[in-house]
Write a protein that binds this ligand. Sequence first.
Ligand code: TLP
Length: 345
Amino acid sequence: MNHFIDLRSDTVTKPTPGMRQAMFEAVVGDDVFGEDPTVNALQEKTARLMDKEAALFVASGTMANQLSIKAHTQPGDEVIIEAGAHAMNFEGGAGAVLSGVQFFGLPGNRGIFDAAQVEAAIRIDDVHFPVSKLVVIENTHNRGGGSVFPLKNIHQIHEVAARKGLRLHMDGARLWNACVASGISPAEYAAPFDSISVCLSKGLGCPAGSLVVGSKDFIKRVHRFRKMVGGAMRQAGFLAAAGIYALDHHLDRMEEDHRKARRLAEGLADIKNVSINPAEVETNILFFDVSRAEKTAQEVVAACREKGVRLHPTAKTRIRCVTHLDVSFAQIDQALSMIKGVMKG
Ligand code: TLP
C-alpha cells in the first residue's frame, strides 16, 4: 500500500496481483530475434485493436512519439503540434536532437485545435521555409486537462493533411481514456492516422511500455530506429504480459477513474481560494488554480505532502491531479479534506 495518496500521475501505480501473476507466468524469448511470443502477441493484439497492419513494443511514451516523428520526417522538416503538447515540451528536446525537426506550436483550447489552424500553419513551397511534414494530435491532452480530441476535428484535420501531403500522428498515451469517455473505439480513432503511440504505463496500470502502431512499412522503419537508440530489449515478454493483462482487465474500469476525477473536481470547487470548473473534467486529469490564495502552487503542494497527499505543481499557481487504479473513492474524499485543511491554514 502507498503511504501517500498519490495524485501526481497515473504513472505511479503498482502492478495488481493478477498482473504480477501474468508477468510471472509469461512465456518469453529473445525479442531481438523476434522470438518473444508474448511481445509478439501484445503487438498483434494492439495492431488488431487499432485495425492497423503492425505494432511495435517500445520502452516509453517518449520513445514511441520520438521514433514516430523520426520515421515520418527528414532533418529540417516542421511538425505542426499544439503549443502545450507533450512531444514538443516534455520530451527533452528530442525532436531537435533525434530528428532535427522544428515544431510549429498552434494555440489550442484545452489542447484542441481545428483544421483551419492546421491549414494556415502549412508552409508554402519556398526555399525560405521549412517543409511542413507532420501533424501531431494529443488525445487525451495532458496539459489541456485530460481533454478528449473531438473525432470531427480529427477527420477535418486529416482531410487537410491528406490534401497537402502531410502525415498524421496521434500521441495516444491516454487514448484509452478518450475511448472510454467518448464511447469511440480505438480503431475508429486510429483510422485517420498514419501512426499512433499508446501507453501501457498510465491508466492501464502497467510498470512500463508503450506501442507504436501503423503500416508494416512504417513499423519497419520505427523498428530500425528503436535499435539505433538502444531500445531493443531481450526477454521483454515479462513486460508485454502486463500489457496483455491490462488490455483484457483494466480498460473498462477506467470510467471509475473518470468518476473519481469528477468527484475530486466537485469537491475542489467547494474549497475556498481554489478555482476549477468541474464541467471541464472529461477523463482522469484535472488542474486547479490557487492564485486567489496567498500561497504558490509549490507551497500548497508541500503542505499537502506533509498531510499525506501528493499533487503535482505545473505552474506558479497551477496544480495537477490525476486519478488511477491505486486511489479509491474514499481516498479522494480524504485528499479533499487534506487540501481543504491546507487552503484554510
Ligand atoms: N506524461 C507524464 C509526465 O511526463 C508529465 C505524466 O505524468 O503525465 N505523451 C503524453 C500525453 C504524456 O502525458 C506522457 C507522459 C508521455 C507522452 C510520455 O510517456 P513516458 O513517460 O512513458 O515517456
